[in-house]
Design a protein around this ligand. Structure first.
Ligand code: AMP
Ligand code: GLY
Length: 421
């Protein structure tokens, strides 16, 4: 089987890493990939989705897996399907669940899926009136894609009003902020859940927890995620059942009714408030770094899961997971998340400890390769993943690996998985 992975992050590396180990997979391509994915397969520099689909046809690609949201929201799935190709991901219409927060919130409301009380509006007066009815903090969100920066948690009413004014005027996020969501703040703990969907059926993966803030103790600015672990003991069978019955089933049924059956990864951002799962948001792709810790927990080949999902046959599949825990610690570059950093050579010490060698690995993200040398080129550089029989063991192994990786400006949190320990 020949497979194409679209994307360039640690998420795509981690999917590719599983595919590389799979004897059924013959040729593996990445578009565009990164400086390390070329050790797993071949990197392609084709940017145009039509050209990429032509490449897939000409090279007998049996399955394309799309990592990031941007190509999905742009309609890459529709383009590939129109050419008769098999691709795993939501259509452009279904990807609106992530592409527009207004669409997502209205969908949740329409199908009675629990979410924070909100209004969507492009009127400054309506927004201000609603803000005055809410206790603080108040949450303000831009409608469109803002690379994870479009959510403001305002500690005062005035701060919320300033955020709304700047969004609606186009000052803070351009067109993405022309409509806003104002919603109540939910106080609880956050979880990431992932359902692999084929339009009608789904498979729920073990629940994960991300760490969005840059610094230890959840301080500092928001990032794309500084580390994750799974499965989290913060989720019991009751919460899984509630998420299935109250969130995933109505979402799949609702999207069918909307004429946009959901295929792909439904990423459910949840806040657990007094034991009740409340949906904060949907994304239509794997989380990063969550994907990096979920992939190594799969016993069933990832290729089989994605292929069955892309061909509407999840009901035929019985997915098994390793009876283990995974912890991933992100190593970012010096100026992350503010600005780019000067490329810095990455040196990984030889790992002599058998135990560490066997139970850890690196998923590479923001790296380039020159003359066989890897350079950290900014953003999130890589994820050190540790596996173990307990979260503590997995975490200790991940941090042992972190200690073996060096580059100028290396930045990481030292408390990943603290909520579980
Ligand atoms: P979102 O992109 O909607 O997931 O928002 C980004 C982050 O903001 C989330 O991961 C939460 O940490 C936080 N957040 C969003 N909405 C709320 C809310 N209603 N209450 C509390 N925190 C929120
Ligand atoms: N780690 C969160 C995300 O990928 O959006």
């Amino acid at each position: 089987m020949n497979i194409l992975v679209v994307g360039s992050g640690g998420r795509e590396f981690s999917i590719g890493r599983m595919l590389k180990k799979d004897s059924v997979v013959e040729k593996l391509y990445f578009a565009p990939g990164n400086g390390a994915t070329d050790s797993l397969g071949e990197n392609l520099s084709i940017k145009d989705y039509n050209e990429l689909a032509d490449f897939a046809k000409a090279n007998a690609i049996d399955l394309t897996i799309v990592g990031p949201e941007a190509p999905l929201v742009d309609g890459i799935v529709d383009i590939f399907k129109a050419k008769g190709l098999t691709i795993f991901g939501p259509s452009k219409e279904a990807a609106r669940l992530e592409g527009s927060k207004v669409y997502m919130k209205n969908f949740l409301a329409k199908y009675n899926i629990p979410t924070a009380r909100y209004i969507e509006t492009d009127s400054i007066d309506d927004a201000f009136k609603f803000i005055d009815t809410l206790p603080t903090p108040v949450v303000v969100k831009a409608d469109g894609l803002c690379a994870g920066k479009g959510v403001i948690i305002a500690t005062t009413h005035d701060e919320a009003k300033i955020a709304v004014s700047e969004m609606l005027s186009g000052k803070s996020f351009g067109d993405a902020g022309k409509k806003v969501i104002v919603e109540e703040f939910l106080d609880g703990y956050e979880l990431s859940m992932f359902a692999i969907c084929d339009g009608k059926d789904y498979i729920l993966l073990p629940a994960a927890q991300d760490h969005k803030r840059l610094m230890d103790n959840d301080e500092g600015p928001n990032t794309g995620g500084m580390g994750a672990y799974a499965p989290t003991p913060l989720v019991n069978e009751e919460i899984y059942q509630k998420v299935k019955e109250r969130v995933i089933r109505p979402t799949l049924d609702g999207m069918q009714k909307e004429g946009a059956p959901f295929e792909g990864v439904l990423f459910i951002g949840l806040m657990i408030v007094n034991g009740e799962p409340i949906t904060l948001e949907f994304n239509v792709r794997f989380g990063d770094p969550e994907c990096e810790i979920l992939m190594p927990l799969m016993k069933t080949p990832a290729r089989e899961l994605f292929y069955k999902a892309a061909t509407g046959k999840l009901d035929e599949l019985n997915v098994e997971f390793e009876n283990k825990f995974a912890v991933g610690v992100v190593m970012a570059s010096g100026n992350y998340p503010y600005s780019d950093s000067v490329p810095a050579e990455i040196v990984v010490d030889e790992i002599v400890h058998e135990d560490i060698k066997e139970n850890t690995h690196i998923s590479y993200a923001g790296v380039t390769k020159e003359d066989g040398i890897l350079y950290a080129t900014g953003g999130r550089v890589l994820v050190c993943v540790g596996l173990g029989d307990s979260i503590k063991q997995a975490r200790d192994r991940a941090y042992m690996l972190c200690g073996q990786v060096h580059y100028v400006g290396k930045k990481l949190r030292t408390d990943i998985a603290y909520q579980a320990l």
